[in-house]
Design a binder for this molecule. Sequence first.
Ligand SMILES: Nc1ncnc2c1ncn2[C@@H]1O[C@H](COP(=O)(O)OP(=O)(O)OP(=O)(O)O)[C@@H](O)[C@H]1O
Length: 347
Amino acid sequence: MLLSIRGLTRRFGDTIALAGLDLDVAPGEFLTLLGGSGSGKSTLLRVIAGFEAADSGTLLFEGREITGVPPHARPLNMMFQSYALFPHLSVGGNVAYGLKRDGMGRAERDRRVDEVLALVGLQGFGKRGVHRLSGGQKQRVALARALVKRPRLLLLDEPLGALDANLRERTGFELRALQRETGAAFIMVTHDQNEALALADRVAVLEHGRLVQDGPPRQVYDRPATRFVAGFLGAANVLEGRADGAGGFSCSTLGATLRPLTPPGESTACALRAERIAVRPGASGPNTAEGVVEELAFRGDDTLLLVRAPGGALLRVGHAEEDGAPPPRGTRVTLAWEAASVVPLAG
Ligand SMILES: Nc1ncnc2c1ncn2[C@@H]1O[C@H](COP(=O)(O)OP(=O)(O)OP(=O)(O)O)[C@@H](O)[C@H]1O
């Protein structure tokens, strides 16, 4: 394992930013950290980088304890959302800064700077002042500076946060390619769920300073473990109810029985994603429900319907373009979904 974190705790007065967090990161892995505001994402990165001390817990890098190692001596680097570039230095000066501090000779330094500037698509920019760069170019300089010492692990705190939507997507792909080329493990904090799902090998979801679920993006999306993950990632419908003892899950607010593929056990809620629910006139039995369309919102690739069930539940339903025109407001509809789309939640 590249990085093993055990029982990491950090308090700020009465606030518990990290509450005994455990996390492992494999070499060359792209991990994204997701979580609500204040869930401890930035604190976790700062503790790994050494800018913040933990109250307790251990940090092992390739099996070696790094808790007491100063930030610049750790075999990792961190890129900040603000980029934190030195305004009075050139692009090359910014990128070479850490190498110079380590006492690397001029020739080797220049070679390494040229190499990493080419890697981030900024060849020939070495002499330019950083104040003469666009936002996207500044972001690349910050990346180059973080990568120039060839860290085994790069920590990125909202690296795409300052970019506009178009540049964000493109730069996301570039980041992914860069991660593959360098072979470094990346831990990236993002507020953007789509970005987290799109870029990562593994997504880790934090809640109140604890890791609540981690896994490949598709798995975490399809099989959320808790109410929080289901609601947070892709805003699934979370339906409260109870197991009926016959493999079904009875939800009174929906006025229907959900039948998951896996028995609901002790679950008191099930997740059902909007895009897994279809309008199916005439459908009946378990995994179907009735309701009235209250609202519609066109979203480009589909239309979101808000459907009110007789028991009061408001279901989000993704109506695909290929299914034709969506039912207008006020229409009574029958909805249906597959057993595999019903996910019993643990908590
Ligand atoms: N230096 C500090 N002093 C006091 N409280 C702090 C400090 N740093 C963080 N906290 C608190 O610790 C908790 C976790 O903060 P952190 O910045 O790690 O969360 P986050 O998940 O990165 O949030 P965001 O998504 O809003 O950036 C929050 O309640 C925050 O207010």
